[in-house]
Write a protein that binds this ligand. Structure first.
Ligand SMILES: CC(C)(COP(=O)(O)OP(=O)(O)OC[C@H]1O[C@@H](n2cnc3c(N)ncnc32)[C@H](O)[C@@H]1OP(=O)(O)O)[C@@H](O)C(=O)NCCC(=O)NCCS
Length: 207
């Protein structure tokens, strides 16, 4: 991992991924207030104060190129993406590993946005930040999240139990973890996700 590196602005075909900033608070308050978006996370919407506190903690935790990003399309915020150092209760603090996440307002679901942004974060993590493993965790019953993990090349690793302050329907089925290692990503996706070769480069015909 590149120590002390600040978070990069990234882009995909449709999305500009900007490092999280205080300017994103109104979008996050709106996103986090929706209990449906959070049905597998907190099982309720968050208050503006709770979101402000989470934003403050996320900004303080950003380090070594990792953190949270807001993806926008034509200037319109589309969602929140995360590539963060291991931090949860079931996330061993292994260096050069990161936890992938995403959360979008319902109006943008099922348009390929979550996977488009996540694919770029996976590329960024391996290619630019030198990560060795990227993982993601969610409730076993969170099919949209699992499908997004699989869509960007992560594979099922394990099922485990997590404690909740407040019971969430489906928690009895446990949590799942998916991952992709740098080695596997390079083998399976490296060629497709790496930047296009320099078009001005012509291969030598001498040999
Ligand atoms: C999870 C979430 C980010 C997916 O966003 P999205 O933009 O709809 O996802 P995409 O359109 O990029 O779809 C990615 C894959 O998931 C599949 N998918 C998306 N929603 C699905 C659903 N409801 N049921 C089954 N598959 C679904 C898509 O078909 C696609 O698969 P494919 O690439 O094989 O075709 C969105 O549902 C969300 O914000 N949920 C609430 C927050 C949350 O649970 N976040 C994860 C917490 S760990």
């Amino acid at each position: 991992m590149v120590n002390g590196m600040s978070q990069a602005a990234l882009r995909t075909d449709r999305l500009e991924l900007a490092p999280l900033s205080e300017d994103h608070l109104p979008f996050l308050v709106d996103l986090n207030s929706d209990a449906v978006v959070h049905r597998f996370l907190f099982h309720r919407g968050l208050t503006a104060e709770e979101t402000e506190e989470r934003l403050r903690r996320a900004l303080a935790a950003a380090a070594d190129g990792l953190g949270q990003w807001i993806g926008s399309s034509d200037g319109e915020p589309i969602g929140l993406w995360m590539l963060q150092p291991p931090h949860g209760p079931s996330q061993p603090r292994v260096p050069d590993e990161a936890d992938l996440g995403y959360r979008l307002p319902q109006r943008y679901w099922r348009q390929g946005y979550a996977s488009e942004g996540a694919r770029e974060l996976v590329r960024h993590g391996f290619e630019d930040l030198g990560l060795t493993r990227i993982f993601a965790q969610t409730m076993a019953v969170n099919q949209p999240s699992r499908a997004t993990m699989a869509s960007v090349g992560l594979k099922f690793v394990r099922i485990f139990a997590e404690e909740y302050d407040v019971p969430i329907p489906g928690q009895e089925q446990g949590e799942v973890e998916y991952d992709v290692t740098r080695e596997r990503w390079l083998t399976e996706f490296g060629g497709r996700h790496l930047h296009d070769p320099d078009p001005t480069y012509t291969q030598s015909t001498d040999d």
